[in-house]
Design a protein around this ligand. Structure first.
Ligand code: AHG
Ligand code: MN
Ligand code: MN
Length: 342
């Protein structure tokens, strides 16, 4: 029934009416949507447009940038500068804050990972973009890091685009999670996944098991028990999936449940983990909680972690409520053991 479709623009207008707000969400999100459509197009053209391979540069984290990391970053910066709503932006690909010249009235801050899962670009596996929107606190200079260092609970909106077998945009403004599929011919996002909910229980987990030798006891115990299957303490068989693009792994969890773990381990401990708090963990945690799941570091709720640096890393365990609660309980057991041994 193509003519009963709700587009993302319709959805935003309906939300605006429901909340009695001034249209801020529509204005804030419109340019992000356009940026995601443009990135989707570039990802799609791939090798034909010369978009694959390395850019020949490194980002602030010392990671090699792919050409599409740079293209996607440029698109995000440009498309979100012109609307006048953002006073400043921060990106995985930029060491410093990008102040938007001329946007003196900008009341919001935008954080993004322009291309997530970039190791998958050259092999035609799903990648994505992640974004998080914060308010600019009263009287704070938007070019200061302090303006951005707000815990995840303060996010106004967050979401991602996944450039997969279809391009989808998944969004929360703090009132549940909705998924929209891009109609490539018309150029519009259409509401296809209303009110996404993560099942509380699951038989699927997601972790880079090549890091097993570095894992700490709670994670080792959880994974061992899943791997033991129906003969082990869980009494049922588990399945494992690891795409290597957080966007794709989280999208699967929002669609059919599961647990995603990128824990702190012996190798990444000095850095604080692998994934970045401000533009990976926080927006995903907001989405997951809004869909009925949980997101934790193992010892605290991700959305309450007080940020200390723009590119701070954090352990991430998120997904189906009951499974995440179990992983947290294993962390608590371990803490108890350590205290008892002292
Ligand atoms: P990015 O491409 O933005 O640097 O992020 C990659 C992240 C995340 O998407 C993914 O879950 C994780 O790195 C994969 O890590 P491994 O290479 O250890 O599997
Ligand atoms: Mn990423
Ligand atoms: Mn990235």
């Amino acid at each position: 029934m193509p003519y009963s479709r709700t587009t993302l623009s319709h959805y935003l207008i309906q939300e605006q009416r429901r909340l009695g707000t001034s249209g801020a969400f529509t204005a804030l999100l419109t340019d992000i949507l356009t940026a995601c459509k443009m990135i989707s197009h570039e990802v799609n053209r791939g090798a034909m447009a010369g978009n694959l391979g390395l850019a020949g540069s490194e980002n602030v984290q010392g990671e090699e940038q792919k050409k599409l990391d740079v293209v996607a970053n440029d698109i995000f910066l440009h498309m979100n500068s012109l609307g006048g709503h953002y006073a400043a932006m921060a990106s995985e690909e930029l060491e410093e804050i990008h102040t938007v010249r001329g946007n003196v009235d900008g009341r919001y801050l935008l954080l993004f990972d322009p291309l997530d899962g970039s190791s998958n670009i050259d092999v035609n596996i799903s990648v994505g973009s992640i974004f998080s929107i914060l308010r600019l606190p009263e009287g704070v200079d938007p070019s200061s890091t302090d303006a951005f260092l707000q815990p995840g609970v303060r996010q106004v909106a967050a979401g991602y685009a996944v450039y997969g077998s279809s391009t989808m945009l998944v969004l929360t403004t703090g009132n549940g999670v909705n998924g929209f599929t891009l109609d490539q011919h018309v150029g519009m996002f259409v509401l296809t996944h209303p009110n996404m909910r993560i099942p509380e229980e699951t038989r699927e987990f997601s972790i880079n098991s090549s890091r097993q030798r570095f894992w700490e006891e709670p994670v080792r115990r959880y994974v061992d028990e899943c791997m033991a299957g129906k003969d082990g303490p869980r009494g049922r068989d588990y399945n494992m999936r690891w795409v290597g693009s957080m966007v794709a792994d989280v999208h699967r969890i929002l669609c059919r449940g599961g647990v995603f773990l990128y824990p702190i381990d012996a190798e990444n401990r000095a850095k604080g983990g692998k994934l970045r708090l401000m533009y990976e963990a926080n927006p995903m945690a907001f989405l997951v909680e809004q869909a009925g799941g949980l997101a934790t570091t193992g010892s605290r709720r991700i959305l309450e972690v007080p940020p200390t640096a723009l590119h701070q890393r954090v352990p991430v365990i998120l997904g189906s409520k009951k499974e995440v609660e179990r992983v947290v309980a294993y962390h608590q057991d371990c803490k108890g053991d350590q205290t008892a041994a002292q």
